[in-house]
Design a protein around this ligand. Structure first.
Ligand SMILES: Cc1cc2nc3c(=O)[nH]c(=O)nc-3n(C[C@H](O)[C@H](O)[C@H](O)COP(=O)(O)OP(=O)(O)OC[C@H]3O[C@@H](n4cnc5c(N)ncnc54)[C@H](O)[C@@H]3O)c2cc1C
Length: 407
């Protein structure tokens, strides 16, 4: 793919940040990933470093102090940067990309005075994070498909009371959920209709009365992202904090499509790192009197890794372009690349783990982390099976379009 000057520059500065700051930090402080005080896992200097290279507040309009990317290639550029950061640490990448994706929603749907207020906070404070809260304990697949019948509606409810909305419910598995300063929360506002007609989205500042950050989930991988669970008990937000009324899921396409691309891109970054460490290892580590790569079975695995990575990259470039161009097949392609990357890169990570023998599973060696990080992608932004159903649904809307309720 021919990169623009802006893309080349951003990619290089991200690569330098990862090589000079992120990777040395991760290697030296691998135990921090396992700290049971989530606030202490990632020191403030890491997000300050991201700030220095200008990637913390992408998506924030220039008039509010942000760095606006070329709109015609915004998603492709997000993808390039997400890949580079995830090459260093996919949890850190997740922390940052939530900011970009939620900023895209805010600039589209938040009233101007709230954009001014919250973008200013985001720009001023390098530790300020955003989060997007859709998933509930009853499951997320209903939302992704979606099952557009009242029985499957979101259980978090928002009811208008004078000039406020009163929200009750619970959200789980939320990236940045544990430490975000501002949340976008989805809630049911009409229980008589399907979720496509009766779901609204709201801005919820962290200090809102009635909001409790209930826990930080201890995840298998991406542990620096601090995934969290939130509880809302008679939580009141002013009426201007309503972002989209009733049609929030339909309008969130501007978040979901780049979201799938960015997931695949982060996933690719993990694969690229697997390839780097494995190729280094097999060209230096000796068994049977010769370096591993001279053993044919090892060489075949390296070829397999490289081929899978190239295939993911090719589909990612095609899908990113389709989303940037708002092409008719953008929905199909962004689901394809998200699911394809999750399966292919897990295989790449498995090769990497196996090629390192016993070292591969030692926590202090740093390779098992890549395998754990890769495994997480099977579940983020919809499971493998649900993503495949979405591909079929978008390819065959007339026959495979509906999953629930009367035809
Ligand atoms: C690390 C991580 C970060 C996340 N970040 C966020 C976030 O920031 N915001 C957010 O809102 N959510 C987030 N999620 C939630 C994520 O989107 C969901 O976990 C995912 O969509 C799967 O939903 P679920 O876990 O509720 O599984 P379920 O929906 O309960 O599914 C369980 C199993 O049943 C299968 N299944 C369900 N329905 C069907 C069906 N109709 N047909 C066939 N199979 C079916 C699924 O494929 C899966 O295998 C995150 C999850 C993880 C793991």
């Amino acid at each position: 793919m021919n990169l623009s000057e802006e893309q080349n520059m951003m990619r290089q500065s991200c690569r330098d940040f990862v090589d000079d700051v992120v990777l040395p930090f991760i290697r030296k402080n691998w135990q921090l990933e396992w700290s049971m005080s989530p606030g202490e896992r990632l020191p403030p200097s890491i997000l300050q470093g991201a700030e220095k290279v200008g990637i913390r507040a992408l998506g924030v309009p220039e008039e509010f102090g942000g760095i606006e990317l070329d709109k015609a290639a915004e998603v492709s550029t997000f993808a390039l940067i997400a890949e580079e950061i995830a090459r260093g640490d996919s949890g850190l990448a997740d922390k940052l990309v939530q900011n970009w994706k939620v900023s895209v929603l805010l600039r589209q749907f938040a009233p101007r005075h709230l954009q001014e207020k919250w973008f200013k906070r985001l720009i001023e404070d390098p530790q300020f994070l955003l989060a997007h809260c859709l998933t509930e304990p009853r499951g997320a697949s209903d939302r992704w498909l979606p099952y557009n019948v009242p029985e499957a509606a979101m259980q978090t409810r928002a009811v208008k009371d004078g000039k406020e909305w009163v929200i009750n419910g619970r959200k789980q598995f939320i990236s940045n959920g544990y430490d975000a300063g501002l949340y976008v929360v989805y809630a049911n506002t009409n229980p008589k209709v399907g979720m496509l007609q009766g779901t609204s989205s709201f801005l919820v500042p962290r200090d809102t009365k009635g909001l409790t950050v209930a826990r930080c989930n201890e995840t298998l991988g991406c542990r620096f992202m601090n995934n969290g669970e939130l509880v809302f008990e008679d939580m009141r937000v002013p009426e201007d904090h309503l972002l989209v009324e009733n049609d929030a899921l339909g309008k969130a396409g501007i978040y979901f499509r780049p979201g799938k691309i960015i997931q695949a891109a982060k996933n690719l970054g993990v694969g690229v790192r697997c390839f780097e460490v494995a190729s280094d290892y097999v060209q230096n580590y000796v068994q049977g009197g010769r370096i591993l790569i001279k053993h044919q079975a090892v060489a075949l695995r390296i070829a397999d890794m490289a081929t899978r990575i190239e295939a993911v990259r090719a589909l990612l470039q095609r899908a990113s372009r389709a989303v940037d161009d708002n092409a008719p097949d953008a929905d199909t392609l962004c689901n394809m690349v998200k699911v394809f990357a999750s399966e292919e890169i897990l295989k790449v990570a498995q090769h990497c783990l196996e090629l390192h023998g016993g070292n591969g599973v030692m926590l202090d060696f740093g390779v098992e982390k890549l395998f754990r990080d890769a495994a997480i992608f099977l579940h983020m932004d919809a499971t493998v099976d649900i993503s495949k159903m979405k591909i079929v649904k978008s390819m065959f809307p007339l026959t495979a379009g509906k999953y629930a309720g009367p035809e």
